[in-house]
Design a protein around this ligand. Sequence first.
Ligand SMILES: Nc1nc2c(c(=O)[nH]1)N[C@H]1C(S)=C(S)[C@@H](COP(=O)(O)OP(=O)(O)OC[C@H]3O[C@@H](n4cnc5c(=O)[nH]c(N)nc54)[C@H](O)[C@@H]3O)O[C@H]1N2
Ligand SMILES: Nc1nc2c(c(=O)[nH]1)N[C@H]1C(S)=C(S)[C@@H](COP(=O)(O)OP(=O)(O)OC[C@H]3O[C@@H](n4cnc5c(=O)[nH]c(N)nc54)[C@H](O)[C@@H]3O)O[C@H]1N2
Ligand code: SF4
Ligand SMILES: [Mo]
Length: 725
Amino acid sequence: MSAIQEKTVLCASCDIACQLRAEVQEGRVTRIKGHPNPLLRDNICMKGIYAPKGFAHPDRVLHPLKRKGERGSGEWQRVSWDDAMGEIAERLQAVVDEHGPEALAVSTSQWNTSTESGAGRRFLNALGSPNWISGVALCAGNTAAVNRMVYGWFPFPDFAGTNCIVLFGHNPKRHSWTPIYNGIRKAQQRGAKLIVLDPRKSESAERADIWLPLKAGTDAAMCFGWMKVILDEGLYDHEFVRDWTVGFEAFKERVDQFPLSRVAEITGCEPEQIAAAARMYATNGPSVIPWTPITDQQRNSTSAIRLHASLRAVCGYLDVPGGEQLNGFNPDVIPESEMEAHGLLSGDQKAKQLGSDKHPVFTYRGTAALAEPTKRVWGHEYANIVMGSYMANPSAVFRAMADGDPYPVKAFIVLGNNTLMSYANMQLIHRGMMNQDLIVAHEHMKTPTAQLADFILPGDSWLERSHMMDGFGWTNVIRTSDQAMEPPGECRGVYEFWRDLAHRMGLGEHFPWATVEELYTHRLQATGMDWQTFLDTYEIYLPEPAYRKYEKTGFATPSGKVELESSILEDLGFDPLPYYREEPPADPDFPIQLFMGVREDEFFQTGQRFIPELRNRKPEPQMYIHRADAAEHGLEEGDWVDVETKNGKVRLQTLIRKDMPKGLIRVPHGWWKPEATQGEGQLSGAWLHADAQICPDDDDFLDREQGIPHFKGVPARITKVEGSA
Ligand SMILES: Nc1nc2c(c(=O)[nH]1)N[C@H]1C(S)=C(S)[C@@H](COP(=O)(O)OP(=O)(O)OC[C@H]3O[C@@H](n4cnc5c(=O)[nH]c(N)nc54)[C@H](O)[C@@H]3O)O[C@H]1N2
Ligand SMILES: Nc1nc2c(c(=O)[nH]1)N[C@H]1C(S)=C(S)[C@@H](COP(=O)(O)OP(=O)(O)OC[C@H]3O[C@@H](n4cnc5c(=O)[nH]c(N)nc54)[C@H](O)[C@@H]3O)O[C@H]1N2
Ligand code: SF4
Ligand SMILES: [Mo]
């Protein structure tokens, strides 16, 4: 038996990159353990613990595969990396020659593949395509882009120092974003208050000082209610508002349109409770409203996010201890945003970015006015925080893939993202994929998306590579991850893929670094260390926190102040003030409401359902429903139902839950069954269970400024399925 070695690694089985310790024996990871960091040592989520099992699964793709027969046939032939890359480069070049570089679109979520240091964007920018989309369009990235419009950066909450935490839906648990759960628990143990807004009595709501059971999708209206109380009662930071905001008078007039009686009617909450929560937030400060995906995914998303930002600002909680930090870049490391080389893409090509005409907020067009202020305050023109800026609009990209409107997209590369199931309107995405000349999937597993590819390329995993992570460009913390074992088979990293493709397509000059470690050394040049020395020296590398930095530099907005009234949105032709769009009129055919969400403890998003230890705990996709609604539909626990919206239907198993309010059901995200029949027509159960089929993406359900879909409070109907599923 050889000795056990221990390596510090960053987990990428979900998107928050916990530090973990990997025990390595005879070249294999045998055990995952907690890291001594106080937020990580006490418990690890089960996805982290079972990750090595997943990476050793017999169905993992270990060699490049090329499709045999029709697209989606489910039949594959093993090819060499050299043959695969040669053919991919040739076919991509043919698409570019015929339709222009903008005919290539890329989709990735980047947290699981983010070892690439921006190489994918760099490739796309060098080639000339603006059509990059990402799961972060629906999760944090879009919030980051909207926050930049208000005060020039995306703030990060100081859980350790705060006196009051407000969770808009967001419900971290022991097995869901464990360190954030731990951070909130520790704050509560210190005496910090917790306010939870959730239509369901979630685990966090159970522990809250105040729980507001608002109706799904009404978060923006709720924020107006809070703001009304805070402004009317003078509970805001008068000096900060006077010195550091613009548009306060107009903003106040808009807020005055939301008396508590109106807010109570929209949200279904009691006026006194709304006022009590607003007072707790404003008077127990410094308080924090941590980022929440719930307001990423609503028809009023942009307004809700702006109102969160405005609450932080008027209460004086920005860039103060215990409040919300505006971190900027780490001064010693070349930021990922810079490595992405957005300057390489010409103005003409940027202007072709799909969807930027109608829904510009996170596109090049929408963020152009931030370039100069960002350079002035943060030292670089581009700040791609959480990779959420400078993206195309996903729905617009899928339409271009399917219908060639306004121009054709004919080549699609997907890396670490299950595109078909990870946006709205799976039917459209499917049509778009079936209409491609070339699809490449860089993956571990034959996901429904990969099943439609021309090539599946075997990706390495987070235990099998080194990683330098720059806090998603959000915090200025740089963390390192040591390679714990060799990749199995012919698995390779994303950087190697982009570099190889660039060299084959005449773009090699932009990729002089032979390995990702060389690339890290390049980014670390100001520290005087190479990657190995840095890795041996630091697990974490960060500057001393500094507060109220805006007093010296101003905010990174066009006015240099917090824009309660947004000059950028006004110039883009939108309402410069936050607003509230009421729901479309009720449709008697769809009498109940649903939301997509409540993450499964056992799996991350669409992943991990092939790991028996996890799947045994949650074998089937479940609809949560109130007992009275179940009775009304003749449903008993375990019955199968079809849940339908006007876009399509999914089949789910009934689970009667006390925490659900009447009239609202929960649809789980991301279900497919890796053991079920693969290929077109079935896609391993995705056509039966994937929520993306019922997510609407028409104008009534898209947020106007960003063009992201509404997942919270969608009209639906349910029908019992006789017999089993
Ligand atoms: N319809 C619908 N869409 C949604 C959501 C929803 O609720 N409903 N939720 C949204 C949210 S909150 C998010 S965060 C996004 C998430 O969207 P994604 O990031 O796409 O998340 P996953 O479904 O986990 O897909 C990741 C894929 O990457 C693969 N993978 C994992 N690690 C690696 C790696 O190291 N290398 C490579 N090459 N591949 C790897 C996995 O096998 C998996 O298939 O989806 C968003 N989209
Ligand atoms: N185990 C595990 N952990 C995960 C993930 C996973 O897939 N598995 N995914 C990770 C990712 S990418 C994300 S984005 C997070 C998501 O995790 P969370 O932010 O916690 O989001 P959800 O679990 O979808 O839903 C949280 C709460 O929102 C409530 N809710 C539903 N509709 C509304 C609404 O309109 N308004 C309000 N205020 N509340 C509403 C639901 O009742 C639910 O209790 O989890 C992360 N952690
Ligand atoms: S919460 Fe779990 S899956 Fe996510 S990074 Fe941490 S250990 Fe990994
Ligand atoms: Mo997410």
